[in-house]
Design a protein around this ligand. Structure first.
Ligand code: G
Ligand code: G
Length: 251
């Protein structure tokens, strides 16, 4: 609760900021778009990541307040850097996208900033909210998807969504969880098999696939070979305050 009060002050005092990490075309080494990751520059505790304060985002009122602030920062960046930042991805949890009204609000905000919907991507974790049947969150995602916002399923493969549910979920992109990327060459081919299956699923369903947590050239080459074109990870760039174009890294 004390944290909640601090967070309210933190927003007023502009202690929250976004760091950016590029999502890269692994064939050319160029940034296609960026993901926005929330940071809290706390007066006593220094720079904090959601690992420290993420739990508070689960509280509906406070979570929404922070999320609205994140969205405004993201939209301001999109408006101000049309060249360097063609597209930006933000993270949402189900609690922040509870029903159609949250989607309507988000679309109105895009309009206020004069930012085209196709320049925004929302990443949502396939948690228990998405794992269940059609609900408020799926309706909200459908509205966003129809309006042209890219919908990405984050940390794919670690959640609860059953495959049959994918038929009803309005989404455009699968992000392969970084634990699978880390497992490449480490676990006797298990992660490789799972990654192949996810890439096949993406291709079959006509969805884009992004590999998370790419840290080595070896992983990058393997992922490219398997048909995964987009990647994100420390090999290309760490999340940072500056938008990075990323120069081609010799494969
Ligand atoms: O860089 P990293 O430690 O920031 O991010 C940790 C996790 O925090 C990410 O996997 C992401 O899911 C979550 N996260 C980052 N930024 C936001 C945000 O703005 N909103 C929400 N709900 N989650 C975020
Ligand atoms: O929302 P998502 O789960 O995709 O958030 C990405 C998280 O993964 C953030 O915490 C980010 O800092 C982290 N991250 C991004 N690239 C790498 C990487 O190459 N290795 C590791 N270990 N973490 C990464």
């Amino acid at each position: 609760q004390v944290f909640g009060q601090e967070a309210r002050h933190g927003i007023e005092r502009q202690e929250f900021l976004l760091h950016f990490q590029p999502i890269v075309d692994m064939d050319t080494g160029r940034a296609c778009y960026h993901e926005a990751l929330l940071r809290w520059q706390h007066p006593q505790h220094g720079m904090m990541t959601p690992a420290t304060f993420g739990d508070m985002l689960n509280e509906r009122t406070l979570g929404l307040m922070v999320q609205h602030h994140v969205l405004d920062m993201a939209l301001a960046a999109l408006r101000d850097y049309p060249q360097a930042l063609p597209k930006l991805s933000i993270n949402l949890i189900g609690a922040q996208l509870d029903g159609p009204e949250d989607a309507v609000w988000l679309l109105r905000r895009l309009d206020d900033f004069g930012v085209a919907p196709d320049r925004l991507c929302v990443e949502i974790i396939e948690d228990f909210v998405l794992g269940r049947a059609i609900n408020g969150t799926t309706h909200a995602l459908a509205l966003l998807h129809e309006a042209g916002v890219t919908v990405a399923l984050d940390d794919f493969g670690t959640g609860y969504a059953s495959l049959i549910h994918l038929k009803h979920l309005p989404f455009d992109m699968l992000k392969i969880d970084q634990s699978f990327t880390r497992g490449l060459f480490q676990d006797g081919g298990q992660s490789e098999a799972i990654i192949r299956a996810i890439i096949g699923l993406g291709q079959g369903l006509g969805k884009q696939v992004v590999a998370e947590g790419v840290e080595t050239q070896e992983q990058r080459r393997k992922l490219s070979e398997m048909g995964c074109r987009l990647g994100q990870g420390y090999l290309f760039a760490r999340p940072g305050p500056i938008l990075r174009e990323v120069v081609a890294i010799a494969g």
